[in-house]
Write a protein that binds this ligand. Structure first.
Ligand code: 5RP
Length: 256
């Protein structure tokens, strides 16, 4: 979706910050892709209250949130955080963010996580970083799930981004055959340095190029019913808000 189309869809009242405007030249300074991620990650820190049990997602946008959170913790913010991956756990520990295991909390007040696609109704594709299983468990235990993302992640329909399906290595080709038999789409095994990519739980990932997903809730259920599938990257009825950052330096909030 183009930026201008997105802007039309976002009601004015939900624009959080105005664009960065150089008042001398009246020229808009357009942010680089990394600056937009940084804007999304750092803007989300204003949504974290003191004494919160916080879920922390995974990815390059969440990276900036973790740095902003570390700064707040240094300044005295009290929180305990549940990481969604080893990568996030390592970064949080390096920055002295207090961590707690999912098993040790009853509920999580707020989770901040990224996404690969955000569709109307806040239906998501996640798992580009391979952490979808723990991300979904943490999301399901959260009162609020706020997605942070750059504008390019907002789409009208899910499916252009290949849907990650996490599978048990034993017999994974049977799962692939089942998906191909019904959909006849590319379902590549994710590789890393020529070897199967392994999730934090030692599983494989099939990246499934659906192209267009018209009934995401039904597909989520169908995939998870295949023996050998551990979880898939469709997140339905989990996100409560999305904080989206734009090239002009503005941010907006999408709601269900
Ligand atoms: C990891 C995820 C990420 O949140 C998603 O891939 C977005 O990542 P990034 O912010 O790096 O674009 O689901 O499993």
């Amino acid at each position: 979706m183009s930026y201008s189309v997105l802007k039309k869809r976002v009601p004015k009242a939900l624009i959080l910050n105005p664009p960065i405007n150089n008042s001398l030249t009246k020229e808009l300074h357009m942010l680089s892709p990394e600056e937009i991620k940084k804007l999304a990650g750092t803007a989300a820190i204003s949504l974290v209250e003191n004494n919160t049990t916080l879920g922390i997602g995974t990815g390059t946008t969440v990276y900036w949130f973790i740095l902003a959170l570390a700064e707040k913790v240094k300044q005295g913010l009290q929180c305990k955080a549940v990481p969604t991956s080893r990568q996030t756990e390592k970064l949080a520990l390096e920055h002295h963010i207090p961590l707690v295991a999912l098993n040790e909390v009853e509920r999580i007040n707020l989770t901040i996580d990224g996404a690969d696609e955000i569709a109307p109704g806040l239906q998501l594709i996640k798992g580009g970083g391979g952490a979808l299983l723990q991300e979904k468990m943490v999301a399901a235990a959260s009162d609020r799930l706020i997605i942070i993302a750059d504008h390019s992640k907002v789409v009208q329909q899910l499916g252009k981004f290949p849907l990650p399906v996490e599978v048990i290595p034993y017999g994974w080709k049977q799962v692939q055959r089942r998906i191909n038999a019904l959909y006849n789409i590319p379902t590549g095994l994710r590789l890393k340095e020529g070897q199967p990519f392994l999730t934090d739980h030692g599983h494989y990932i099939l990246d499934c190029h659906f192209g267009q997903i018209t009934d995401a809730p039904a597909l989520e259920q169908w995939l998870n019913d295949i023996p050998g599938v551990v979880e898939n990257g469709l997140f339905i009825r989990l996100a409560t808000e999305a904080l989206v950052a734009h090239p002009d330096g503005s941010t907006s909030i999408l709601k269900v």
